[in-house]
Design a binder for this molecule. Structure first.
Ligand SMILES: *Cc1c(COP(=O)(O)O)cnc(C)c1O
Length: 388
């Protein structure tokens, strides 16, 4: 059966070979530790589960979601409170907030709601691979802006060729950044707003790690920048801060025209999120501040452990201050795939090769801190033993 061209354009999974090797090793009984995936291992907080249970028992909620694709007004009001208290951003729940089936859905629908065939959408390299897929499925053309350590992993808009800028109608940004962990600055936000305004580029600021920052790093929303709502939307999600990846709930905030466009796509695709899941999300936003604090302490502890181990095997670097990933330079100029393979062969530890996130990921690997302390400790002991 022939499949659609839009799908054939999406690059195949780069690491089929490694995936096969992992399956083979596991079948042979090797104790493989996977540090390649960013999915919190700790459970969703009890109170959130209890809320889902109680709401799911109520027949009132067995219908299509209330307020359909936009999300319940009480959910949107709670998001407004959360954004105001945490980031000082004032949002109107009526036309500036939309519930989503996770932030990933928002990325996809942003392209469908804004981009015409042949329009260019800017993204970063390295960057989250789902942006490229969303752009291609939505009929856009991806253009990668390199983000390099020497520029604090921020794109340099002046380096983009003029003919590309002219055709660009959209841009994906993500800080705290997956995969590099880099954080943005208020000054950068102002540059984004100016560049977007001057060139009629709609910004999709993907911010699922807004809460996951370390040391003295400030928690930031792009929407706190002056003029941000004129040029774009921000996406956020319950997945990462509340250990709710599988629940599929997130939100889009910002420019009313873009929110209406994304809402129209949703209206014609799904009918919104099951009410009990929205109630559970309200509960999390209202009551689970301590979960975020606990998780940040846990990630900070794991981060220290990995950094100390790497230092002992001769890899030292200044880590960026966001996300639960570490973006680690490979030793002795080794390439990403070779180092990834070596870690697997010698220590049965799986990491993500930097090149999975674009060609400028060469020379790096990404280590995720979302496994248990015990497994991470075991992984670090093996690495230290093999590479010291
Ligand atoms: C995890 C992740 C997402 C997915 O978030 P969901 O809300 O679970 O869809 C989106 N963007 C980035 C950069 C991520 O790392």
């Amino acid at each position: 059966m022939q499949i659609a061209e839009r799908l054939t354009k999406i690059p195949p999974y780069l690491f089929m070979e490694l995936r096969k090797k992992i399956a083979k090793a596991k079948a042979e009984g090797v104790d493989v530790i996977n540090l390649a995936i960013g999915d919190p291992v700790e459970p969703t907080p009890d109170g959130v589960i209890e809320e889902l249970y109680l709401r799911a028992k109520d027949p009132e909620n067995h219908c299509y979601p209330t307020d359909e694709e936009k999300g319940m007004i009480s959910f949107r009001e709670e998001i407004a409170r959360w954004y105001l208290e945490r980031y000082g951003v004032l949002l109107n729940p009526d036309d500036e907030i939309l519930g989503l089936i996770g932030s990933k859905e928002g990325c996809h629908h942003f392209v469908l709601g804004r981009i015409n065939p042949g329009d260019i959408v800017l993204m970063t390299d390295p960057g989250y691979p789902a942006y490229r897929s969303s752009i291609l499925m939505g009929g856009g053309e991806p253009y990668s802006m390199p983000i390099l350590e020497e520029n604090d992993y921020l794109p340099v808009f002046e380096d983009i060729p003029a003919d590309i800028v002219k055709r660009a109608r959209g841009m994906f940004l993500c800080y705290p950044n997956n995969p590099t962990g880099a954080c943005a600055t208020r000054d950068f936000f102002d540059r984004v707003v100016k560049f977007a305004k001057e060139n009629d580029i709609a910004v999709c600021y993907d911010n699922p790690y807004s809460e996951i920052v370390f040391d003295d790093q400030e928690r930031l929303s792009f929407l706190s920048a002056e003029g941000a709502k004129d040029v774009g939307v921000e996406l956020n999600s319950l997945s990462k801060p509340y250990n709710m990846t599988g629940w599929r709930i997130g939100m889009a905030m910002g420019n009313p025209d873009l929110i209406a466009a994304i809402s129209k796509v949703k209206e014609n695709t799904d009918s919104g999120v099951f009410n009990p899941i929205q109630y559970a999300a309200i509960y999390a936003l209202k009551n689970e501040e301590t979960n975020i604090e606990n998780m940040l302490n846990i990630y900070a502890r794991r981060r220290d452990l990995v950094l100390k181990t790497l230092d002992r095997i001769g890899i030292s670097f200044k880590p960026p201050k966001g996300t639960f990933y570490l973006w680690v330079p490979t030793p002795d100029g080794m390439n990403s795939i070779d180092f990834t393979n070596l870690l697997f062969e010698k220590a049965a530890v799986v990491v993500a090769a930097g090149t999975a996130y674009g060609e400028h990921g060469e020379g790096y690997i990404r280590i995720s801190l979302t496994v248990t302390d015990e497994r991470l400790k075991e992984a670090m002991e093996r690495i230290e033993k093999e590479f010291a």
